[in-house]
Design a protein around this ligand. Structure first.
Ligand code: AFP
Length: 322
């Protein structure tokens, strides 16, 4: 077994068939993550992991070899899980697996692809939803508050899993000797305030004025309107920035901006913002599009983008006032 789930894991999911399907699917995703982590650990020893395949995903992003291989690993293993449909950043449409199964999975199989060759932490993000009657889209086109599970794996100094079923947040770490994910923290809590922000500052000229004003006030430090000195971090892998914020608080911003194609932000709602928001909220933080709670937002396209601001409650609220 690739993961030793905590006693009572997913007990808050009342329907027994759904709860068992969630448990089995998380075990399968842990197996997939171990295989992906194994590939990542080779880096340049495996020719071209980070190379562009010449293909693009549905959203026009360059597809790296590891993006494709990660997606293939996940879908191959999900065929052994009680999953009706699978949607992925790397696939245009929805994969039908077992339409009678009670749950569906959406995933960003390899988040942070541009960091593959730089040995910076990357990861796999996933969202599990109840299967809805009718067309496959019905199971994905809904607000994030209907998720059963939100979680992400981080392939970094540790290979970790941060996951919630709506009953708090757990951190598992892949134990190198046993090669099993074991529980490290049973109830991860996010600091309610932390003067540290993560944003790609190279895009400053494209931001909307409220974001520009907020960042300028952070830069003004203790003499400015926010009356404290802010630090900055930007990894460029959502899972790495989210993992840091969960461990020490802070704020992440990837706002919509004026660049073509970024009018609705860069991050995708279904398999990036929704699952990360579920984790952040369950850890006591907040997650918005700058104004509105992410998990309330409707969804009508698998690869729909959304502005994304999340982290410590205090800092997220300050941004919404701007
Ligand atoms: P890639 O998977 O294409 O590297 O994108 C990573 C990501 O989706 C997310 O993980 C980062 O927070 C964000 O994009 C970085 O975007 P910029 O490269 O525009 O800073």
């Amino acid at each position: 077994m690739s993961i030793k789930l905590s006693t009572g894991f997913a007990d808050n999911i009342s329907n027994k068939e759904t709860r068992n399907a969630v448990i089995k699917t998380v075990q399968v995703l842990a197996e997939a993550a171990k295989k992906i982590a194994y590939l990542c650990a080779h880096g340049p020893l495996l020719e071209g992991l980070g190379a562009n395949t010449g293909a693009n995903n549905a959203d026009g992003d360059d597809q790296k070899a590891l993006d494709i291989q990660s997606d293939e690993i996940i879908i191959a293993l999900l065929k052994n899980a009680p999953v009706a449909y699978y949607a992925s950043e790397e696939e245009e449409g929805i994969n039908t697996l077992d339409p009678s199964a009670p749950i569906c999975v959406a995933s960003d199989p390899l988040d942070g692809s541009s960091n593959i060759d730089t040995n910076v932490s990357i990861g796999t993000i996933f969202s599990i939803l109840p299967t809805m009657p009718g067309a496959a889209e019905n199971s994905f086109f809904r607000p994030g508050k209907e998720q059963l599970v939100g979680g992400f794996f981080v392939y970094g100094p540790q290979t970790s899993l941060i996951i919630t079923t709506g009953n708090g947040v757990e951190l598992y770490v892949l134990e190198p000797k046993s090669k099993q994910f074991v529980l490290a923290i049973g109830d991860l809590q996010l600091a309610t305030a932390k003067a540290e922000y993560a944003i790609n500052a190279a895009n400053a000229r494209h931001w909307q004025p409220p974001i520009q004003n907020f960042i300028n006030d952070c830069l003004a430090g203790v003499d400015g309107p926010l009356a404290e000195n802010y630090n900055m971090r930007w990894v460029g892998s959502l899972v790495a920035d989210a993992s840091r914020i969960l461990s020490r608080g802070g704020l992440f911003l990837y706002p919509a901006d004026a660049r073509t194609g970024y009018e609705k932000g860069r991050l995708r709602q279904l398999y990036e913002a929704n699952p990360v928001s579920f984790v952040i909220e369950q850890a006591g933080g907040s997650a918005t599009d700058g104004k509105t709670r992410i998990m309330e937002l409707p969804l009508s396209d698998l690869h729909q983008r959304v502005g994304f601001v999340f982290g410590s409650k205090k800092q997220v609220e300050i941004v919404s006032h701007y």
